[in-house]
Write a protein that binds this ligand. Sequence first.
Ligand SMILES: [Zn+2]
Length: 303
Amino acid sequence: MNFSETKFKGCDYCKSTKYKTIYSVKTKKSLDEKEYYPTSQKKNALNVVECSKCGLVYVYPLPDRQKVLEQYRRYIDNNYLLDITSRRIKFRQIAKKLLDLKKGGKILEVGCAAGLFLDELKTVGYEPEGIEPNVFLASWGRKNLHAKIITADVESYNFKNKRYDVVIFWDSLEHLFSPGKVLKNISGVLKPKGILVINYPDIESTLSKIFREYWWFIISSHFYYFSKKTISKYLQKYGFKTIEDKSSMQYLNLAYLFHQLGRYNIRLADFLYHVTKILNGDKITTPYFAGQRTVIAILQNTS
Ligand SMILES: [Zn+2]
């Protein structure tokens, strides 16, 4: 099957059609739709370019949207659920931090996966709901956490009269076909002075600069690679005032880390995974920095 492309309408931020290629993956011209994953990290990214006008870094050309969405919908990722404990540590921290800005209220998480973040937000008193295209993870969250999750794609979802106090994009904005369109839409569903939280891999991070196209976030399902500069441009354009944008530590379970390393050396990773399990490594979480940032912004105008 011919894996067609999404028609290029220029840079998502400024519409310029001029760009320069940063990373070119020459092994393949296009990817099969099975190579697009909603959660796990898969290499095989295609061309990564930088807009000559505004500096936004994105994938060009973008794959066919319907086919990617179909793959996001039906993919079964058991891996994601192997590391619930350490994912929760980070979500708990952010949930508590949000309390300093707004106590209680309705929260929407875009791309909520299995709903772990929603669960932490509920624990500290919010009314959270999520939107997630992946059927497997969304059903898992509804069944095991009683999380309120809508199985849908945010880019075609109609929020109608729904309004939220907080909207969160945790590692999801870079998966969208048009982050600009979605942020514009979101600015309309946020209440006045509503809070926006975005966690994203920073293409300007030191780790990204060292590892270049081998940086772990350069993967097939990431279509945009934001930086502090380009994220702030988007936020300004859609009426948000940034109140914080800083490096974000992640937490990882040691056994899970070795399991993930299997992408590079399966036998070694398998061995280490079993060793850490024996040593109770699946109970140990470790903080690490991978080159991500978390930005918090407030909606200024609601025109
Ligand atoms: Zn641009």
